[in-house]
Design a protein. Structure first.
Length: 126
């Protein structure tokens, strides 16, 4: 299935330390909630880590959607620096192939075909 690329958005990551975790926290225990990794430190403290995101806005069958493409580029080229994100924005393809997957609640999510991501990386000279 083809999708039209609309824009590319970068969201910076965040790191913070919080206090007042119920139950005091178990050192070393972690969980993922609301887009953040919560790593408990004990005595009511925890680290909250939100990863950076590279989000591709696409139009599929007349509907707009978001596809996270950061994991591919982080694995392929490393850290998403400002210059790398700028190169990716300048060389964003007009159309890409997407794969459609059905969730348990009958909604859908999409991923970009890996071959298109490799072509995009090559065009951006990364």
């Amino acid at each position: 299935m083809e999708a039209k690329c609309i824009s590319l958005r970068y969201e910076a990551g965040n790191y913070s330390i919080g206090q007042g975790i119920s139950g005091g926290g178990i050192p070393g225990k972690s969980y993922f909630e609301k887009g953040k990794v919560h790593l408990q430190q004990g005595c009511g403290w925890e680290k909250q880590i939100a990863p950076s995101r590279l989000i591709l806005m696409v139009e599929i069958n007349g509907c707009n959607g978001e596809i996270w493409v950061d994991r591919f580029f982080k694995d392929a080229v490393g850290k998403l620096t400002a210059k790398r994100v700028e190169k990716l924005e300048k060389n964003m393809p007009e159309k890409i192939h997407v794969n459609e997957y059905k969730k348990a609640d009958d909604s859908f999510y999409y991923t970009v075909d890996e071959n298109d991501l490799y072509k995009w990386k090559e065009n951006a000279s990364l």
